[in-house]
Design a protein around this ligand. Sequence first.
Ligand code: HEC
Ligand code: HEC
Length: 347
Amino acid sequence: MTTTRRPTATRLALAAAALSLGAAALPAYAASAEPIQPLEPARVTDPAKVELGKKLFFDPRLSRSGFISCNSCHNLSMGGSDNVAASVGDRWQKGGINSPTVLNSVLNVAQFWDGRAKDLAEQAGGPIENPIEMNSTHEIAVATLRTIPGYVQEFRDVYKTGPLDIGQVTDALAAFEATLVTPNSRFDRWLTGDRNAITATELKGYELFKNSGCVACHNGPGVGGNTFQKMGVVAEYKTDHPAEGRSAVTGNEIDRFMFKVPTLRNVELTYPYFHDGAAKTLTEAVDIMGRLQLGRVYTKEENAQIVAFLKTLTGEQPRITLPILPVSSDRTPRPDPFAPIVAPRKK
Ligand code: HEC
Ligand code: HEC
């Protein structure tokens, strides 16, 4: 380790200690030059599977109404989210929680705010059978896809084995989502040596982000997404929202209000912020993070510098060619936007 590197690691350790995370919680790369690493572009090994997953992602026929696709709430034209505080799903029902972006979600330690799905494939089964999201069941979704000859053929080409099942559906969706990474942000270009890629103000913002301890939780290539941390370390977060966080999964009281640290990649695009969508702007979110997580009140100028830095994390958005979906057959259920709830199950 060179002397120029040591201060970063030391500060990180101090920040972690201050948050009583303990040295053991420090990620291995804390000792590397910077606590944030550039994003690697996606490596596609199975283009046919990715293409199939893309079709499914855009296909409203996965929902009971025939009207809602994954892209309805994770709009890939707008940062992979829906920009509303809580998602709106089947029959205009208000969802329970803010939708996180699907961009770079492959980097997450687990999926959902409370981490209840271990990976993208496990996650993808959730919204299909969530009554307030796509309001279907795995059985109905699969039966519908089986009525579409183009899909039957494409699944057979990709998976070799039949019949088409939910495991294949979620596997293909996950393969597509794994390509939704956003490399080459201006900050990544700075990290890889282009010192002119960010402005002096943005650099000041990064120094503040690093030195005041934001990086204790927002670090790694995703600038978050890799740990669960408490919302409200120094002061309590006040919200009417019922989400209890990680304790809903572990049953441990100590995990109450622990949420997956959101990635800050493309955070400029993914407003509003926090699990309850209560912070409408980055200025607000940074102010709350400073006060609640670090006990630090930033001046207006400091806040603006951090916000300017956060905007340098907007990367190259995935270039998607709109997929043309296989045509329905006469047996394929027609859209029924007001179909009754078929899946009174919890996601
Ligand atoms: C009605 C809106 C809606 C639809 C439709 C929807 N999602 Fe989501 N998605 C959400 C919400 C809200 C969450 C957060 C839920 C939670 O954490 O409890 C979420 C979470 C996720 C996550 C986890 C991201 C993270 O950082 O934890 C992924 C991945 C995802 N959705 C993919 C999909 C896929 C794939 C589909 C289609 C099969 C889909 N979603 C359909 C609203 C939606
Ligand atoms: C102790 C860990 C921790 C520290 C330190 C921390 N954060 Fe966070 N951050 C979180 C968690 C957890 C959330 C999600 C909280 C929630 O939604 O309830 C979050 C959410 C955010 C969000 C909203 C992202 C979104 O998509 O909703 C932003 C922006 C953010 N943090 C920026 C910062 C900044 C800037 C700092 C330093 C001033 C900071 N954070 C310090 C853990 C931390």
